[in-house]
Design a binder for this molecule. Structure first.
Ligand code: ADP
Ligand code: MG
Ligand code: ZN
Length: 478
């Protein structure tokens, strides 16, 4: 029998609000344990939650970006369960009426576009963090309690681990472009649970699913799904049955381990949160959010394609991160040689970011100075080779390229007289190579160029050097 996989994702994204979902505590990551807490997020008796408007706005942004219906009315619900890092004994989430529903995202895979339906996007609060690796005990940090999360739930429309990876990376790109989540999977600001089942290829009946958790990178999601699909196929092929359960991906061992089976799983006893009113999103507010929606990756790509007239390939790379595109467009204010900006970015800048493991935000050369550097090459003040030197200098000593060139005396020699003199000198002192050239060995030409460059410490204008050398040598041939 031939099998096919059916996959649905549940993605949690931590929202970039200043304060928590129902109290004024800071959401700042990395503060000392249990310093961002108050009676509200600790669930003390008698406290009342107050909804963070910004968090609702951020959820709506995501809903609009994925063509969801933004529900005029939505309600919060209590999801009851006991866990040490959940001091309230329940999580405030949304159940029956979420903020956003019935959207989709179109992904592109192997030159085909495919719609993945999104069932719902709801808003909920995060739990705290249990720390198990400090000794024979567990430590609890409640700073994360009450930090706002959105949960994006897809329909089971994803068919392969690769598609799941593409979907997740597009979601990651969108939340970052929208400025609602930093998208950092290693730190857990973006988390993904994958539901997966198999069935006979072409069937339209859903099989029993398992849920895989604990994957902190896109690669982990793809690897875990591949593993789990194989595992299910093996079981069914040998006459067994899949049991519905929650599994954990162990990235070190590259295997899946059981977490809990359905029998042990929770009955959350959801009921409407009595301490919060129904949320109403009126038309007026919705329009304001819609009008101020940041530019989405797909729209920005199209705009940049028509605005800068550079290859699609370049645009793809320049828009992978919002900050890349920002850097490019900022530089483009200082020079209209867009292709050169893109070349510098794709080769030199990306190399430095990789080598030094820094983000473009930490990159030391200001867009203004890269623009200036490109201008200096184009108006022949410096050669491309010297420009690299100046670029390297700017990495350690941030300053304007013009100043560096003056300071280090790097201005290109474009005076024909001076170059002629040097060329003459080089010809005289390289008689052996002149002989070879006269005998038709055109290859030695490069040797002369090299010598002239050495004499001028790389500062001679290369096209002038080529021109003058050619004239002088060809005169000798006559
Ligand atoms: P549950 O009630 O177990 O949480 P849901 O219906 O809420 O299940 O779906 C959770 C996620 O699992 C969704 O992303 C959905 O698309 C996906 N899903 C549901 N059924 C299946 C299935 N048989 N195989 C794969 N994914 C599924
Ligand atoms: Mg569910
Ligand atoms: Zn609080």
């Amino acid at each position: 029998m031939r099998f096919e996989a059916v996959i649905g994702l549940e993605i949690h994204a931590q929202l970039l609000t200043e304060s928590k979902l129902f109290c004024g505590c800071s959401t700042k990551f990395g503060n000392p344990p249990n310093t961002n807490i108050c009676p509200v997020c600790m669930g003390h008796p008698g406290v009342l939650p107050i909804l963070n408007k910004k968090a609702v706005e951020f959820t709506i942004r995501m809903g609009l970006a994925t063509s969801c219906t933004i529900n005029k009315y939505s309600i919060f619900a209590r999801k009851n369960y006991f866990y040490p890092d959940l001091p309230k004994g329940y999580q405030i989430s949304q159940y029956e009426l979420p903020l956003c529903s019935n959207g989709y995202l179109e992904i592109e895979h192997q030159n085909q576009r495919k719609k993945i339906r999104i069932n719902r996007i709801h808003l909920e609060e995060d739990a705290g963090k249990s720390i198990h690796d400090q000794g024979n005990f567990t430590l609890l940090d409640f700073n994360r309690c009450g930090v706002p999360l959105i949960e994006i739930v897809t329909a089971p429309d994803i068919q392969t681990p690769e598609e799941a990876g593409i979907f997740l990376s597009e979601i990651r790109q969108i939340v970052k472009y929208l400025g609602i989540c930093d998208g950092n999977m290693e730190e857990g600001s973006l988390r993904c649970d994958a539901n997966v089942s198999i069935r006979e290829a072409g069937s339209n009946i859903l099989g029993t699913k398992t849920e895989v958790k604990n994957m902190n990178s896109i690669k982990n999601v793809v690897d875990a799904l591949k593993y789990e699909i194989e595992r299910q196929i093996e079981i069914v092929s040998s006459g067994g049955r899949i049991i519905q359960q929650t599994l954990l991906w162990n990235a070190d061992k590259q295997i899946i381990e059981p977490m809990r089976t359905k029998e042990e799983s929770h009955d959350y006893r959801y009921f409407p949160e009595p301490d919060l009113p129904i949320v109403e999103v009126n038309e007026e507010w919705l329009n304001v959010i819609r009008e101020n929606l940041p530019e989405l990756p797909s729209i920005r790509k199209e705009r940049m394609k028509s605005q800068y007239n550079i290859p699609d390939y370049d645009i793809e790379i320049l828009t992978t991160e919002k900050e890349f595109a920002d850097y490019f467009e900022e530089t483009a204010k200082f020079t209209d040689d867009y292709k050169s900006i893109s070349n510098w970015f794709m080769t030199e800048i990306l190399k430095i970011l990789n080598e030094q493991k820094i983000s473009i935000k930490e990159f030391p050369i200001k867009p203004e100075y890269l623009g200036e550097l490109i201008k200096l090459i184009n108006n022949q003040t410096i050669s491309g080779k010297i420009a690299k030197e100046v670029f390297n200098e700017m990495l350690v000593e941030p300053g304007s390229p013009s100043e560096i060139i003056k300071e280090k005396n790097l201005i290109q020699i474009s005076d024909e007289k001076i170059i002629e003199e040097i060329v003459q000198k080089v010809i005289e002192s390289n008689q052996k190579q002149v002989q070879q050239y006269l005998e038709g060995k055109d290859k030695v030409f490069a040797h002369f160029v090299g010598q002239v460059m050495r004499e001028t410490k790389g500062k001679a204008n290369p096209s002038l050097v080529n021109k003058i050398l050619k004239e002088k040598l060809d005169n000798l041939r006559k």
